[in-house]
Write a protein that binds this ligand. Structure first.
Ligand SMILES: C[S@@+](CC[C@H](N)C(=O)[O-])C[C@H]1O[C@@H](n2cnc3c(N)ncnc32)[C@H](O)[C@@H]1O
Length: 367
């Protein structure tokens, strides 16, 4: 019997040791180092009649430069150490992808569109400085882009202590959305579900498992991610239909879906694209259907000044071009402008580990 894909993703002993080191370094820089920076800022405020008045900028402090330097280096180390694993595994995954592409019998499907216009930033930006970006080698049989993304997600989750003892790629974030869906619509039993910006499809599978009788679809702009997603789903025996499309213009018929979800899509979406995606989601939802999105909890007004400063640094130096744009967006208003009724719109924080996550969305009025 062919080796299952999830067990194929197994870093060697030395690779795992390096990933573990980078994960611990990231946990340190994002946790204790950032807290120390915050406390330093408060001390500056207390001692100088206010940072603004004294003309002191946190960015000029040696502690800030140390934080920025460690964070930048940890990102470099992450891609470098994951790159070893990705380059070793890519030929194995490509072999399986070619085998699948030649097969007639499949549970789900994949529609690729070589003529699709890929908008920025996805077309060429190296999001979170992932080497080559999401569309790297999109015209070839090459799965390094999704493998790099997949392994980075695994490294982050492991460093935070999530999914311990579970295989890499086990659905995680979908459980936040599923819990919110149950709160908004007790007894929700969708017949057709769409995951927008599904990426490598690891979360998409979570919905298929939660609603085994529903038709499951995923769209994404990055062709390599969709190939990986299709391969991953078929190997796990899950019938999922993937389409290469812009979430702002999916070409599905109006009213097709009764649950539409997304995970960490919108903080990588431009201010022009965000309202277009919400309008498309409104068009695609059947009356009574629900749209639920999970994303970063960095809405500006809820953030301390040091956090705003470190977030701004991430935008300038760490490949997060829309982090602040998304954080400044009034998503409630955007949902209303997309056609949802004000009383059906919501935006809230839910606990996640020692932190929290941002869930926003709306139900489409019934009838
Ligand atoms: C941060 S990744 C999240 C992937 C996946 N949802 C997950 O949680 O692992 C964002 C994904 O959204 C896709 N994306 C960004 N803008 C999009 C758009 N306008 N339409 C479809 N997909 C988009 C990217 O290609 C990428 O795969």
């Amino acid at each position: 019997m062919a080796q299952r894909l999830e067990s194929l993703y197994r870093p060697t002993h030395d690779e795992a040791a390096r990933h573990g080191f980078v994960g611990a370094l990231k946990r340190h820089v994002n946790g204790p180092m950032e807290h120390t920076l915050s406390a330093h800022y408060d001390a500056l405020l207390a001692s100088g009649g206010g940072v603004e008045q004294s003309g002191v900028r946190l960015q000029d402090e040696r502690l800030f430069r140390l934080w920025a330097s460690v964070l930048y280096t940890s990102q470099d180390l992450m891609w470098e150490s994951l790159g070893e694993t990705v380059d070793r595994l890519n030929p194995l995954y490509v072999e399986r992808w070619r085998d699948l592409a030649g097969r007639r019998e499949k549970l789900g499907s994949l529609q690729l569109d070589p003529s699709l216009t890929i908008p920025e930033p996805i077309a060429s930006c190296e999001m979170h400085r992932q080497p080559g970006g999401y569309c790297h080698a999109a015209d070839q049989d090459n799965l390094t882009a999704p493998l790099a993304y997949f392994s980075a997600a695994d490294l982050y989750l492991s460093a935070k202590g999530f999914g311990l003892g579970q295989a890499a790629g086990t659905p995680a974030m979908c459980h936040l959305i599923l819990a919110a869906a149950r709160r908004k619509r007790p007894g929700l039993a969708p017949t057709c579900v769409l995951d927008m910006g599904c990426g490598p499809g690891t979360e998409t599978i979570g919905y298929r498992m939660a609603f085994p009788n529903a038709e499951m679809h995923g769209v994404d702009l990055a062709a390599p991610f969709l190939k990986f997603a299709h391969l991953w789903a078929e190997h796990q025996g899950q019938a999922i239909h993937y389409r290469h499309a812009n979430a702002a213009d999916t070409r599905y018929p109006a009213g097709k879906f009764d649950l539409i979800v997304s995970h960490i899509l919108f903080h990588e979406t431009s201010g022009e694209m965000l309202p277009q995606i919400l309008r498309e989601a409104h068009r695609l939802l059947a009356p009574g259907g629900v749209l639920l999105n999970a994303d970063v909890p960095y809405q500006t007004l809820t953030q301390s000044v040091p956090k705003r400063i470190t977030n701004a640094w991430q935008v300038d130096h760490n490949g997060e071009p829309f982090w602040i744009g998304f954080a400044d967006t009034d998503v409630r208003q955007a949902l209303i402008e997309a056609g949802f009724e004000p009383e059906e719109v919501f935006a809230e924080y839910v606990p996640l580990g020692s932190g929290r996550y941002f869930i926003f969305g709306a139900a489409k009025k019934d009838g």
